[in-house]
Design a protein around this ligand. Structure first.
Ligand code: IPM
Ligand code: MG
Length: 357
């Protein structure tokens, strides 16, 4: 297959980790007789520096013309003082929305080899856990009405959480279908004891659950879900939730796996074209030091092969190469836990994974 991949390297460690993933994708393509063409576009702080805008139109057009998009990370202290509308993060929301990517899949699984890096006790993680968070990505408070107005205590700022049945149904469908392909257990997380939008969310999910009798469905309030994730993560298979709750719970889920540097994500819409990115940020503190863990981005590349291109064997090959690197004891700094010794650099870890392909 010949496929065109847009690269949005972004800021901080973004360029280092995307370069690692590209090397892995190229080696995989060569092994299986495919050709991947990579075209870089600007996004985030680097785009602001060069064009004045975090998401130039050329980037949007390039992504929409590609077969899929691989993104590193955006943002950094240099651009933190900018107004909300021209912050690097705005580009991320903008590209998700422009590409219609309403489904965000964030798998959080504990690698047996990294058990020691998880902050949870052995008796809690036991035989490991494997959770898929399905986060709604183009609605809710991230995209609702916002602004300033006069309130009871003077000028106030506001943001609005709103969800339509259509938006809930399409993310619900993605979650139920993901559950059917996995452990057939779905937990919908909301705050229906307080929020009207959550009550509509819950009602809609209940109606959908009737069409998926094989899926063991339940609801959970978000505060309880935050607690249950650290109390007993094994109870979860698939979690479906809103944009904001998914943002928060996926960081929590990533931390209990041992390192946020391990977690990949896929953002999908109605077409096969997706956007794939690590769930961690641009880590400005270690940018340029070659200390970043490239695995989350490499695994994001594997998800692209699987979900956008239907190349399951190729994706398996990359995932197995990462497993082997970890099982052989290779660790970047973030994965050291209590291990002694010298951690691998980003390029060294990439080399190890490349050798396993
Ligand atoms: C994420 C990030 C983004 C989000 C930020 C950077 C806008 O935290 O992808 O989880 O909140 O969606
Ligand atoms: Mg986040």
């Amino acid at each position: 297959m010949e496929l065109n991949i847009a690269l949005l390297k972004g800021d901080g460690i973004g360029p280092e980790i995307v370069d690692s993933a590209v090397a892995v994708l190229e080696k995989t393509a060569a092994k299986f007789g495919h050709k991947f063409n990579f075209t870089p576009y600007l996004i985030g702080g680097c785009a602001i520096d060069e064009t004045g805008l975090p998401l130039p139109q050329e980037t949007v057009d390039g992504c929409l013309a590609s077969d899929s998009v691989l993104l590193g990370a955006v943002g950094g202290p240099k651009w933190d003082g900018l107004a909300g509308d021209i912050r690097p993060e705005k580009a991320l929301l903008g590209i998700r929305s422009a590409m219609g990517l309403y489904t965000n899949l964030r798998p959080a699984k504990l690698y047996p080899a990294l058990r020691g890096a998880s902050p949870l006790k052995d008796e809690i993680v036991g035989g490991g856990f494997d959770i898929l968070i399905v986060r709604e990505l183009t609605g809710g408070i991230y995209f609702g009405d916002r602004g300033y107005r006069e309130g009871k205590y003077g000028t106030e700022a506001f943001d609005t959480e709103a969800y339509s049945v259509t938006e809930i149904e399409r993310i619900g469908k993605a979650a139920f279908e993901a559950a059917m392909k996995r452990g057939k257990r779905l937990c919908s997380v909301d705050k229906a004891n307080v929020l009207e939008s959550s009550r509509l969310w819950r009602k809609t999910m209940h109606e959908m659950a009737e069409s998926y009798p094989e899926v063991e469905y339940r609801d959970m309030f978000v505060d309880n879900a935050a607690m249950q994730l650290v109390r007993d993560p094994k109870q979860f298979d698939v979690i479906v939730t809103s944009n904001m709750f998914g943002d928060i719970l996926s960081d929590e889920a990533s931390q209990i796996t041992g390192s946020i540097g391990m977690l990949a994500s896929a953002s999908l819409g109605a077409s096969k074209r997706g956007l794939y990115e690590p769930i961690h940020g641009s880590a400005p503190d270690i940018a340029g030091t070659n200390a970043a863990n490239p695995i989350a981005t490499i695994l994001s590349g594997a998800m692209m092969l699987r979900y956008s291109f239907g190349l399951a064997k190729e994706a398996d090959t990359i995932e197995a190469a990462v497993d082997k690197a970890l099982n052989d004891g290779h660790r970047t700094a973030d994965l050291m836990g209590t291990d002694k010794g010298k951690p691998l650099t980003c390029t060294e870890m990439t080399e190890v994974i490349l050798k396993n392909i």
